[in-house]
Design a protein around this ligand. Sequence first.
Ligand SMILES: Cc1ncc(COP(=O)(O)O)c(C=O)c1O
Length: 350
Amino acid sequence: MNITITKTANSKHKDIDFENIPFGKYTSDHMFVMDYADGAWGNFRIIPYQGLLLDPQSKALQYCQCIFEGMKATMGLDGVPTLLRPNLNIERFNLSAERMCMPVVPSDIFLAALKAITLSEIDWIPRAEGCALYLRPTMIATESSLGVTPSDSYIFYIYAAPVQPYFNKPVKLVTEQTLIRAVPGGTGEAKTGGNYAGSLLAGKLAKEKGFDQIIWLENPAFTKIQEAGMMNLFFVIGDTVLTPKLSGAVLKGTTRTYFIDILKEKNIAVEVRDIYIDEIMEASKNGTLKEAFGAGTAAVVSHIAEITHGDLRMVLPEDGDKISTMLFNEINGLRAGTIADKRNWLVPVK
Ligand SMILES: Cc1ncc(COP(=O)(O)O)c(C=O)c1O
């Protein structure tokens, strides 16, 4: 695959304080771009980070035919950047593509593009442990036509953003019993912009009431737990870790997959099944609920301090972070190179 490279004449690198990089604030100097036309991907290029010229009638803008991924490149102790299980992101991207009637990106092209942009932006990978270069592969439909039909042309691009560790205080969650994020058969399993736009109102209303995020419940009964905000959920009841089964409406989180695999490997009981809010409230009442946490690329783990469901409020034990901390340390250590990669999850970028 031949990638042409055009370097920027105006690097932003010197203007960034790498000791203080708020999540998502800065983008790096270059982006990878390729075009889809006449049934094939081509015109592979790395160019200075810049705006896109889109027709106002393009299908991405009018009908939200667009998808994205989120992943991190980190710097190993040997100075070689690594990606953690990029195939999980590539597979999920292509599932999103199929659901949104978009062309898939062959995994060899995708991986080559990820490596090319990581190497091009190697100076943008923050070196401190827990920091990373966040990569955002994106595909948008570019055809201009009013008909609600799949586009015949697309742009795929990957841009990069240096990020610090995302430390957040334990979060207060509230279940949502009116608005819904996704239903089985809908687009909830795809990483497509409309799912996020559709979740904004519930998030805003929850914030106004003092909560950090929503727990989405499956309608019509609003009892089965789906996920929370931009993370998958885990609960520790007794000695067992529970996480909701993918119902067709829940995003298949990569962090969720790492955690399930690590728990199984360590012989910690893990149940992937339908989980109902009532059983979590009951476990909290009878003292068997030890931990609850969210899993996602940005923070890796978000400890949950409280969950409110209707008139009921449950408060999680303050010291309830044993399993979540172990999982967090495994992933962070693996990325930083301080924990050996026995599972061959890291892909070196050379
Ligand atoms: C809706 C939703 N659920 C879960 C996740 C967690 O997925 P991952 O672990 O791949 O970041 C994300 C984040 O991308 C998300 O947007």
